[in-house]
Design a protein around this ligand. Structure first.
Ligand code: PXG
Length: 438
């Protein structure tokens, strides 16, 4: 074994074919603006914002400065029974851009922790308000809610579940996914067909009785499973059904939050307000791990209404509102606001849409879909070998100076919100060339 191969062996890489990667590593060690750089200095255009997270672009000087200054001032602060003023300021800043009524923020360190926190708050809330029988949770096929046991239980990606026996949390059902490629292929923006898929919720509720259900959790736009759009009217219909049966609606906005769809959150972009909202990623533009769960006033107040000063929620993390994350969060939110990046995403969305849809008709392209600065190009799988075509593309695009995200045979795009038209054209033309070269 060469020295080079040996040095990669200790790190068990997440969600990666370790053996294939370590035979042919794709290493990056610098990032600035829209680009990553390989150790030998090759420039890679980042069309996924790292992993859907670096919305302000890489190495923003204001965010870097804030993290450096905080590291020097106070390394760590416990938030069990003590408090760091900046954490309260960060929560207040977030409440100010949140959908109406979601004014309380619980800090975590990742999307997975945000999801588990949201599910626990939902269950505890039902108990607090005297509805202890509401224990069931409803997710959706092809949903991704991180990798905690709660998240994989409500999630609907088979591979992420089946390796772990039946150790899911009990009492979970799933709505059907919304990817109707036969009817909606090449939709621009929200697809026309499929609102009736929301009505499946009524059927699940009939089966178990609505009084047994605590919450429904969905991604407003499913990200990991290949950028699956909600059909027009679908999210509103889910909201109506939840309201009718007094069930909490949780939006997992880990990807869709912080400008990705051209508004603060998907809740605002789609004008459907959930009761709980999970976030991470863009919260700090990916610079320091952090998540935040936004909670509606009524839920928070239910916990706070009990007499006495005892602990209201038996939940929290050593690193909830870690000072470095808080500093990164505050600086990131300031950058988003001062630079108008969410607005910028909305302005670039039509350019992005036209560019992606220009790939219609290229070899093996069976769908193109987009909303805001989130998009996907789906390829026909190789006969009997789903995922192979997609996997090959990771290497081919990287060799051509482009970073994309692949799920199966679907190529996902979610560029930093600072993306310019020239970057979009470069990405699409690089991909077009690769698709044609066969
Ligand atoms: N919810 C959603 C909607 C996500 O997209 C998580 C929760 C979990 O977040 P953490 O921070 O625990 O990873 C995510 C994460 C991909 C990909 O392949 C997507 C995510 C993570 C890794 C890969 O598209 N999203």
């Amino acid at each position: 074994m060469s020295e080079h191969q040996q040095s990669l062996e200790s790190f068990w890489m997440p969600f990666t074919g370790n053996r294939a990667f370590k035979k042919n590593p794709r290493l990056i060690d610098q990032a600035r603006g829209m680009h990553y750089y390989t150790p030998d200095g090759r420039e890679i255009l980042d069309m996924v914002a790292g992993l859907w997270c670096c919305n302000a672009g890489h190495g923003h000087p204001k965010i870097v400065e804030a993290i450096q200054a905080q590291a020097a001032k106070m390394d760590y602060a416990p938030h069990f029974n003590f408090g760091h003023p900046a954490a309260f300021e960060a929560a207040e800043m977030l409440a100010a851009i949140a959908p109406e009524g979601l004014n309380h923020v619980f800090f975590t360190n990742s999307g997975s922790e945000s999801v588990d926190t949201a599910l626990k708050i939902a269950l505890a809330y039902q108990k607090e308000r005297g509805q202890a029988g509401r224990t069931r949770l409803i997710g959706r096929e092809r949903g991704y809610h991180g990798v905690g046991f709660g998240g994989i239980s409500v999630g609907g990606i088979t591979n992420n579940r089946m390796q772990f026996s039946n150790s899911m949390i009990p009492g979970v059902d799933h709505l059907p996914h919304t990817h109707l490629i036969d009817r909606n292929a090449f939709s621009r923006g929200l697809p026309e067909y499929g609102i009736e898929l929301a009505d499946e919720l009524e059927n699940i509720l009939t089966l178990h009785h609505p009084s047994t259900v605590a919450a429904v959790i969905v991604e407003p736009v499913a990200g990991s499973a290949g950028v699956l759009m909600p059909p027009r009217g679908y999210l509103k219909r889910l909201r109506e059904i939840c309201d009718k049966h007094d069930i909490l609606l949780i939006f997992d906005e880990v990807i869709t939050g912080f400008g990705r769809l051209g508004d603060n959150f998907a809740a605002q972009a789609f004008d459907v307000i959930p009761d709980i909202m999970t976030t991470a990623k863009g919260l700090t533009s990916g610079t320091v791990p952090m998540g935040a769960v936004f909670v509606r006033d009524e839920i928070y107040n239910e916990f706070m209404s009990k007499p006495g000063g005892a602990i209201e929620l038996f939940h929290g993390y050593t690193y909830s509102a870690h000072p470095l994350a808080v500093a990164a969060c505050k600086a990131t939110q300031q950058v988003y606001a001062y630079e108008g990046l969410f607005q910028r995403a909305a302005e670039m969305a039509p350019v992005f849409e036209d560019a992606l849809h220009s790939l219609k008709g290229e070899p093996n392209v069976i769908d193109v879909r987009n909303f805001g600065l989130m998009g996907a190009v789906e390829l026909a799988p190789l006969e009997g070998q789903p995922g192979v075509r997609g996997a090959e593309l990771i290497q081919k695009t990287f060799d051509a100076g482009l970073m994309i995200r692949i799920t199966g045979d679907t190529i996902a795009f979610s560029p930093p919100l600072i993306v310019e038209e020239s970057h979009i054209q470069q990405a699409v033309e690089t991909l077009r060339k690769i698709l044609r070269a066969k």
